[in-house]
Design a protein around this ligand. Structure first.
Ligand code: KG4
Ligand code: ZN
Length: 342
């Protein structure tokens, strides 16, 4: 039962191909988590088509908001504030969520809180790990981002490293397409890799000159494409499961090595992962065992809170709200918003 002192955040997320709304109580309790996925629609085109995404968000946004309130058994009047993702992401897609959030805020007189999408992904860790508090190190691996971040405090971040080219999820999606698995590639590679030999093909583990913590995945992607071309030219049959497993291992090795170096270097005893790729089963197992060996507590959200959802935006929105963050009705969608910027 909710009391008057409870802080209830209605959160909206529409940065890519999921229209989502959620009600979160006191920052960590998810009362509802509604996700209308467009994946099937975009699968037809082999990737997200921005115009189609925006149009679908418009169709769905009111429905998911209503459903989130209904499932949480909360009225709009009982909501404390409205949180919404305003970047980064697809501009047209973001605008739908931002406009809906502004409309609800204006109609109810409740405050509006703009949330950074990556801050949302990181905050997903707070949902099921009630004891987790900053500071800790976090690796964010999604379709658009690969960031190694220090979470200094709620809402305070320092980026140690990022990808110089493709994001980890992007590499999964591109390699999946190359071996004929279709979109979205991550979960399909994850599944197929379980039948393959991760040591069958030696793919490169890229280092970035001048940075211990930055990442680069475009060389690995090219190496996979070259391998496939060479096989084709020689008339050798490709073992797709071996390609998936060997590629996946190359990505994971680099992610684990860089992350644990950072954790050691900065003396953290807590490490978390976040973002769509964080739902990868081999990646989770690799971090689990590496952290255990070094006595580091390892945190990860359940898969449903790894991929895009509004509950994570509600959690981040709560911490921003209690820090005093408020957005005006001039809040705009910012496709290239940087973490820590307002
Ligand atoms: O966080 P997310 O839902 O959206 C962005 O903010 O980008 O991440 C989507 C990405 C996609 O590239 C998808 O292929 C990848 O996460 N992904 C996975 C898995 N599930 C989703 N990658 C590897 N293994 C998975 N199980
Ligand atoms: Zn995301």
């Amino acid at each position: 039962m909710e009391t008057k002192e409870d802080i209830l955040i209605l959160a909206i997320e529409s940065s890519c191909d999921e229209t989502a709304a959620s009600v979160v109580k006191n920052g960590r309790e998810v009362l509802s988590n509604i996700i209308a996925s467009q994946i099937e629609l975009h699968t037809l085109y082999g990737g997200v088509v921005p115009e189609i995404a925006s149009r679908k968000h418009i169709e769905k946004v009111n429905q998911v908001i209503e459903q989130a309130l209904k499932e949480a058994d909360v009225t709009l009047g009982a909501i404390t504030a409205i949180a919404v993702t305003y970047g980064p992401g697809l501009v047209g897609a973001l605008l739908v969520g931002v406009s809906a959030a502004k409309a609800v805020s204006f109609a109810t007189g409740k405050p509006l809180v703009g949330v950074h999408h990556i801050e949302g992904h990181i905050s997903a860790n707070f949902i099921e790990n009630r004891a987790l508090e900053p500071p800790f190190a976090c690796l964010v691996v999604s379709g658009g981002h690969t960031h190694l971040v220090i979470v200094k405090d709620y809402g305070e971040y320092e980026i140690l490293g990022r990808t110089r080219d493709d994001a980890a999820g992007e590499a999964f999606d591109k390699v999946a397409r190359a071996i004929g698995l279709g979109y979205p590639g991550g979960p399909k590679i994850d599944r197929l890799a379980q039948e393959g030999n991760a040591d069958a093909i030696s793919f490169p583990r890229a280092k970035v000159d001048g940075s211990d913590y930055d990442f680069s995945f475009s060389g690995l992607k090219s190496a996979v494409l070259n391998y496939l071309n060479t096989c084709e030219m020689k008339g050798v049959e490709v073992n797709r499961a071996d390609v998936a497993a060997s590629f996946q291992k190359a990505v994971i090795d680099v992610l684990v090595e860089h992350s644990l170096n950072a954790v050691k270097q900065y003396g953290f005893d807590k490490f978390a992962i976040a973002g769509g790729v964080a739902s990868n089963s081999s990646l989770r197992a690799a971090f689990e065992s590496a952290c255990e060996k070094q006595n580091i507590s390892f945190y990860h959200p359940s898969p449903i809170f790894c991929t895009d959802n509004a509950a994570m935006i509600g959690v981040a929105g709560y911490y921003e709200y209690i820090r005093g963050t408020r957005s005006g009705y001039d809040l705009n969608a910012v496709p290239n918003l940087r973490l820590g910027e307002r």
